[in-house]
Design a protein around this ligand. Structure first.
Ligand code: AMP
Length: 471
């Protein structure tokens, strides 16, 4: 099936073409034809399946034939980001049509949104809370709604929006077409869908094994330093929901996990340096939804089997094409329409040719609108191996110095009774506070490092050493 055979208006088809969509995705194939005929649809589909176009195209196609100036379509979304994304998708598709739309969500001014209501834009994409804020005023009317979409219904439920949805439904005419999308179908969602839909066409995108060809693949060219920021941005925008992200090395995996921790994004690591128990826990936590991101090294890629994986992100381009195929195939197996994103630094471009040759297609390159590609990160992401080794050597040298200083100190205290007995008393010495700790070590100023705190960072031992140096 292709988009031509869907018999949609040429203006809308031009918008689809501009987006480089050549073939409808599974959900589009199944949802668009009945929705074009005005049927209600209940679809079990995830982000990444192409669900947005699956509801936008049939609604927009029906709107084109109607007069402008009335808001006839309402799309409800759980988050601002998703609402913004749907609105953006709408604008792209509407480019060659006269259709107008607006996004209505919190955190931005009410006024332009009020104007959208007053103008009667054709389509409003809204989050429930802000929509209810507007509905207190006479300018906000949903009397003319003929098309209603509930997107990510299960997430709405998780976020506690069910009462809001029910309140909104009281403002929307009973006679309408409703398209209902949810990634999962827990009982409250089944009940809600039964309330909202009339003889709906039920669509479930099967989760059985599928070839990797169903996977939407994209490349995100970005400088090496900005990879962490871009990845965080993709998570923030929900371009990436729950994902397994592969890094080239353990160090990079650890660093990325630190960045995610700072951003308060629940994540777990899985790599060769971690115990099996830690790895099992990480994987189980990821599958159970406790961690949004599972950070893994290339090495463990083949051992992981995660059902319903939404995204695979290659934080680094795998330098073996087989690794790319295997990994990307993983989302294809679990979810026929999983996404596979790869961040590509200029240095890694050379690996892409082999990958594209191996998979027999060119992968689309994506630039994230609004992301500052010229910014400079506050800190380096990767510490070069040479520097890390130097740091380890320095720490070991300091440890040795401290041990030697302690031995000398004890030798002096005990009047030279020998190293062995001093070492036996070592534990007690360590717990003692006071000047003894800070005796000269042979290398001036090193010994105070033992006193901890800020001195640790001062190569010359700060103020603690000099004044207290005995004898
Ligand atoms: P969605 O599941 O709606 O969030 O879409 C996921 C991604 O797939 C978006 O980047 C869409 O632009 C893209 N997409 C949707 N439909 C198609 C299609 N028929 N062909 C290629 N890409 C598509």
């Amino acid at each position: 099936m292709n988009f031509d055979s869907l018999k949609i208006h040429p203006e809308l088809l031009s918008g689809v073409r501009d987006l480089d969509f050549t073939k409808p995705t599974k959900i589009q194939e199944q949802a668009i034809p009945p929705a074009l005929e005005g049927r209600d649809v209940l679809a079990c589909a995830m982000t990444g399946s192409g669900k947005t176009a699956a509801f936008l195209i049939p609604i927009m196609n029906q709107l084109i034939a109607k007069p402008r100036g009335k808001t006839r379509a309402l799309i409800l979304s759980p988050t601002r980001e998703l609402a913004a994304q749907i609105h953006e998708h709408f604008q792209d598709l509407a480019k060659h049509t006269q259709l107008k739309g607006a996004a209505v969500f919190g955190g931005v001014g009410m006024k332009p949104q009020e104007q959208a209501f007053r103008r009667g834009v054709d389509v409003i994409v809204a989050t429930p809370g802000r929509l209810l804020d507007h509905l207190q005023y006479p300018y906000a009317k949903l009397d003319n709604i003929e098309f209603l979409v509930l997107d990510e219904a299960d997430r709405m439920l998780d976020m506690g929006f069910l009462p809001d949805i029910k309140r909104i439904l009281r403002h929307v005419p009973e006679k309408r077409q409703t398209l209902f999308f949810s990634a999962t179908m827990p009982q409250p969602i089944v009940d809600l869908s039964a309330q909202m839909l009339r003889s709906a066409v039920k669509i479930e995108i099967e989760r059985k094994a599928a070839p990797a060809t169903g996977v939407a693949q994209a490349l995100y060219p970005v400088s090496e330093e900005l990879k962490p920021a871009l990845f965080v941005e993709l998570l923030r925008r929900n371009e990436v929901g729950s994902a397994i992200v592969f890094c080239r090395t353990k160090h990079r995996a650890n660093r990325l996990s630190e960045v995610l921790d700072r951003e308060k994004i629940p994540n777990a690591k899985i790599h060769g340096n971690r115990s099996q128990a830690a790895r099992t826990d990480a994987l189980a936590g990821f599958k159970a939804g406790r961690y949004r991101v599972l950070v893994a090294t290339d090495i463990v890629a083949r051992g992981i089997d995660v059902e319903a994986l939404e995204h695979v992100v290659n934080f680094d381009v795998p330098n073996q094409p087989e690794d790319y195929i295997h990994r990307v195939g993983r989302t294809g197996r679990a979810e026929a329409t999983g996404d596979a994103f790869t961040l590509v630094s200029p240095d890694e471009e050379r690996y892409l040719k082999a990958i594209e040759r191996a998979i027999g297609q060119r992968i689309k390159r994506v630039t994230v609108p609004g992301f500052d590609y010229s910014s400079r990160p506050a800190e380096r992401f990767e510490v070069p191996i040479g520097e890390r080794i130097a740091e380890i050597r320095k720490r070991k040298a300091e440890d040795r110095d401290r041990a030697r200083a302690k031995a000398e100190r004890k030798a002096q205290n005990s009047g030279g009774t020998g190293l062995a007995s001093d070492q036996r008393r070592g534990g007690g010495e360590q717990n003692r506070s006071g000047g003894d700790r800070n005796r000269p070590s042979g290398e001036r100023g090193r010994a105070p490092a033992l006193s901890g705190g800020p001195d640790r960072r001062s190569p010359r031992g700060g103020g603690a050493g000099g004044g207290r140096r005995p004898q």
